[in-house]
Design a protein around this ligand. Structure first.
Ligand code: SF4
Length: 83
């Protein structure tokens, strides 16, 4: 995993329309298109980590939409409680 903000330069979405990653909740076509870009992004782990650490409430980060990130965080917390 890359440290700091160096990973931004490797982002697959670097030249994509930023609005694509902040679609309306029911704009499935744009959501799928954005997630497809994320699926082949070499720094998706770094991107997702930044979103989780920063508590990002909006947008698609690391291929996950806000609801998916909330679910991931909930499961992580549950796992930590069980350890
Ligand atoms: S995972 Fe998606 S939103 Fe994050 S840097 Fe890569 S392409 Fe951009």
């Amino acid at each position: 995993m890359m440290q700091g903000r160096d990973w931004h330069e490797k982002a697959k979405c670097l030249n994509a329309d930023p609005d694509m990653f902040y679609p309306m909740p029911n704009d499935w076509k744009t959501i799928v298109e954005a997630k497809l870009i994320c699926a082949s992004c070499p720094v998706s782990a770094e991107c997702l980590e930044q979103a989780l650490d920063g508590g990002e409430q909006y947008g698609i980060w690391g291929g996950l939409d806000p609801e998916e990130r909330r679910t991931l965080l909930r499961r992580k917390r549950q796992r930590m409680r069980m350890e």
